[in-house]
Design a protein around this ligand. Structure first.
Ligand SMILES: [Fe+2]
Length: 347
């Protein structure tokens, strides 16, 4: 609602992907040209001045403009596509995604994305890992997000969605879907909220001959706003945890390969409403739970340290104990532990 200044809890996210115990593998093989290209690429180490070419977006849609002022953790809702990587960087990332080591361990499928590569990690994908963890890239994404953010955890560096056209068909065939609020049969994924506060979507394909591929957002008044999808090497940053959105299908072109990296607030004192709903079915659970639990405990650790420090300062300044404030702080941490508990489900 316009003018709403009190932050509201985010709506429950829709489940993306099967919430099964075992992950699903893609049924279709990948075309040989992707593997050949990867093999013939001369590998390089990541070097920010050569591989990052950040050009801030011409426009960033604000939460206020879509009627969601006060929601989320930043005033910025979604950016226009902006240049983030050089073409050399895109080739290096593709070489890692389609390498033998990665394809052996990191392929996943879900109802919505039939071909995904996830959880490549630093050993299998050192370039991609170094890129997303570089101070230059983190500063660029933070600037567009409107708040200091860091990659959520290693398993989400990065998620690659692969859509390949084997014949003369368009990359994605338009079909009429019941209940599609856009009514044009062109939605690629149902309306949803993301599991992570921010996502950065980077295009790894040449989209020159493609139409569509936009992101549709639903404003608080129910209107639909479309935001242009990224072109090769460019990115879009979206506060997807707090904005209902869907990806629209792209038509034409030989392939559409996009890379999605998830971000959370850098400060342990900013609320972190990350959930694992959307990724539990498309991850190696032990690995993901380890990484999620580690950073959640780190946040708690930082908060406890800060609280103890402020308590010592209070005593030194001879101010009396503030029961109400300490109770409020404890209740907040209890809620934080409760929400962590809710995410760690299953055996
Ligand atoms: Fe999304």
């Amino acid at each position: 609602m316009p003018g709403l200044l009190v932050a509201q809890p985010p709506p429950a996210p829709h489940v993306i992907g099967p919430a099964t115990k075992n992950v699903t593998l893609p049924s279709e093989p990948l075309p040989q040209y992707l593997l050949d290209q990867a093999r013939s690429t001369r590998r390089e180490e990541f070097y920010a001045p050569k591989h990052i070419n950040f050009q801030p977006p011409a426009n960033i849609v604000s939460m206020k403009e879509i009627g969601l002022e006060g929601h989320g953790i930043s005033p910025n809702a979604v950016s226009e596509p902006f240049r983030l990587f050089t073409d050399e960087a895109v080739q290096q990332i593709r070489a890692e995604v389609f390498s033998e080591e990665v394809l052996k361990d990191c392929r996943f499928a879900s109802t919505f994305n039939k071909q995904m590569v996830r959880g490549m990690g630093p050993a299998r994908a050192p370039f991609t890992y170094a890129a997303w963890n570089s101070p230059e890239l983190i500063a660029a994404v933070s600037k567009v997000a409107g708040i200091d953010v860091v990659p959520s955890f290693d398993f989400e560096v990065a998620n690659i969605n692969i859509s390949v056209n084997s014949g003369d068909k368009p990359v994605a065939e338009p079909k009429k879907e019941d209940g599609n609020p856009l009514g044009d049969g062109l939605s690629s994924v149902a309306w949803h909220y993301d599991s992570f506060p921010f996502v950065c979507v980077v295009m790894l394909s040449d989209c020159t001959d493609m139409v569509g591929g936009e992101t549709a957002l639903r404003t608080s008044s129910g209107e639909i706003m479309k935001v242009r999808g990224p072109a090769m090497g460019t990115a879009v940053v979206l506060q997807g945890r707090y904005i209902e959105h869907q990806a629209l299908k792209a038509l034409g072109g030989r392939e559409r390969i996009s890379m999605v990296t998830c971000f959370r607030p850098k400060s342990p004192h900013v609320r972190d409403e990350t959930v694992l709903t959307g990724v539990r079915g498309i991850s190696h659970k032990s690995e993901m739970y380890t990484q999620y639990t580690e950073y959640r405990l780190e946040i708690l650790e930082e908060r406890v340290r800060a609280k103890q420090k402020s308590e010592r300062t209070r005593v030194a300044a001879r101010r009396p104990f503030d029961t109400e404030e300490t109770r409020r702080w404890l209740i907040e941490q209890r809620a934080f532990i409760d929400s962590t508990l809710e995410e760690l489900t299953g055996e």
